[in-house]
Design a protein around this ligand. Structure first.
Ligand code: COA
Length: 208
């Protein structure tokens, strides 16, 4: 855990030429989450049962027992990876967040080291609510208060834009993000289910 000089850390709008760095930051930040989420999804009893049924079906058409066993797992992993990276914002980060009330910001240490990012967009789930998106901190800078600073910055930004609530969708396997929201006044307000299991928790905070 590096010791940061708080005054050396600044948060500002992301420049267009920084989009590739931020994309790498996001990929790195979400790689662990993505793999853990896939493992979590694949190991739910109902998912295991479904894959066993598909494997048994495939055994009628395929000669190899191993291929019949592995194919459903590989296809599920590929489908989940494609689904997780399908978001339109990731393809055109700068253009996507430079429209209307959306925005994307970077945390910069020592003037030029981009060490974190966060984005905002209006949330369709409730009037007056904005959604926190793309929060990530470079792994070398984690547990040094950068995430907390980015979150506090985004709350002020949302407030200044007239939003009354801030919402964040958090994967159940990201313990760090869950800890961050729980310790900064957010409450669980819902979630997304898959085969009856919660895979994403929704956090909300009123911006007083
Ligand atoms: C989640 C993330 C942004 C946190 O950034 P960070 O700079 O490490 O967070 P901070 O140092 O500001 O920590 C703030 C609080 O978050 C919680 N927290 C952070 N890391 C944690 C961890 N590994 N385990 C449990 N709680 C954690 C703690 O409550 C912490 O407060 P404390 O240090 O006083 O205990 C960072 O871990 C990350 O980029 N993760 C990968 C991407 C991701 O999951 N993004 C969130 C999507 S919603």
């Amino acid at each position: 855990m590096p010791t940061l000089e708080p005054e050396q850390l600044a948060i500002r709008e992301m420049r267009e030429d920084e989009a590739p760095i931020v994309l790498e930051l996001l990929k790195d930040g979400f790689k662990d989450t993505e793999n853990r989420l896939i493992l979590y999804v694949l190991t739910r009893p109902l998912a295991l049962l479904l894959m066993a049924v598909v494997s048994s079906g495939l055994r009628f058409f395929l000669n190899s027992f191993v291929v019949a066993l592995v194919l459903p797992v590989v296809l599920t992993v590929v489908a989940l990876k494609l689904l997780l990276w399908r978001s339109p914002d990731l393809r055109h980060l700068y253009a996507y967040y430079n429209v209307g009330q959306r925005g994307i910001w970077v945390a910069v240490y020592d003037e030029d080291d981009v060490c974190g990012c966060v984005a905002l967009e209006p949330w369709s789930g409730e009037p007056g609510a904005a959604e926190l998106k793309r929060l990530a901190v470079n792994r070398w800078y984690r547990r040094s208060g950068v995430g907390r600073r980015l979150l506090s910055f985004l709350e002020n930004q949302a407030r200044a834009q007239g939003f009354k609530f801030l919402v964040a969708q958090v994967s159940v396997v990201t313990k760090a993000a869950i800890g961050l929201f729980e310790n900064t006044g957010y409450k669980v307000s819902g979630g997304r289910q898959w085969l009856g299991y919660t895979i994403q928790q929704e956090f909300i905070k009123e911006l007083l």
